[in-house]
Design a protein around this ligand. Structure first.
Ligand code: 13P
Length: 224
């Protein structure tokens, strides 16, 4: 089981140090924190396994605002999220660029969480499978690749997918690519155990509830 906390644009360095001091994850669960770029070093120093929230495919170059794999590795960062729905929705991220980011990171030895998931309108129009198929088809399987299924209508809304909806989507994704699949979207201590009990749910990508050390530790314990 992999339980990853995506902090999004929350927690500068002092708050990151405070989180590390208070966070007591259980043994036996693969726990990862994904802070903003400027808090990565503080999280590594705090003894956590740390992923970035994005990574560029080029070794270096004129790519204002981007961060390379080597820059992350120099800090002791172990992996990266790619293709998060907020990158896709607000910053024009594409399937093709998501795949390039993933491939470059994997070749260089980083672990990768590649995010997929349908919009509410796409689910209502019966397009969920087609959207997932398109997003997954850009990716190549790799031993260090994990997919996160994050239905966009469940992110930050408190509207968690039911365990049945999550299981159905995870099974479909696994029929397309043979890698572990995490669920993301309003995962909380109260619903984590039920979601993680589904046979094709291999962990969670947690947003809001990963910001509090006690609630994130409770979600990690639900994976045991
Ligand atoms: P929430 O857990 O806040 O819904 O966020 C999910 C998410 O986007 C994790 O990447």
């Amino acid at each position: 089981m992999l339980i990853a906390g995506n902090w999004k644009m929350f927690k500068a360095q002092a708050e990151t140090r405070a989180f590390c001091a208070a966070f007591e994850p259980p043994d036996g669960v693969d726990v990862v924190i994904c802070p903003p770029f400027t808090s990565l070093a503080a999280a590594v120093e705090g003894g956590l396994t740390v992923f970035a929230q994005n990574v560029h495919w080029a070794d270096d170059g004129a790519f204002t605002g981007e961060i390379s794999v080597a820059m992350l590795q120099e800090l002791g960062v172990a992996g990266s999220i790619v293709g998060h729905s907020e990158r896709r929705q607000y910053f024009g991220e594409t399937d093709e660029r998501t795949a390039r980011r993933a491939a470059a990171a994997l070749v260089a030895g980083l672990r990768v969480i590649a995010c997929v998931g349908e919009l509410e309108a796409e689910r209502e129009a019966g397009q969920t499978d087609a959207v997932l198929r398109r997003q997954i088809s850009a990716l190549e399987p790799h031993p260090e690749l994990v997919v996160a299924y994050e239905p966009v209508w469940a992110i930050g809304t408190g509207r968690t997918a039911t365990p049945e909806i999550a299981q159905e989507a995870h099974a479909f994704i696994k029929s397309l690519i043979d890698v572990p699949v995490l669920y993301g979207g309003s995962v909380k201590p109260e619903n984590a155990a039920e979601l993680l009990a589904q046979p094709d749910v291999d962990g969670a990508l947690v947003g809001g509830a990963s910001l509090d050390p006690d609630s994130f530790a409770a979600i990690c314990r639900a994976a045991l």
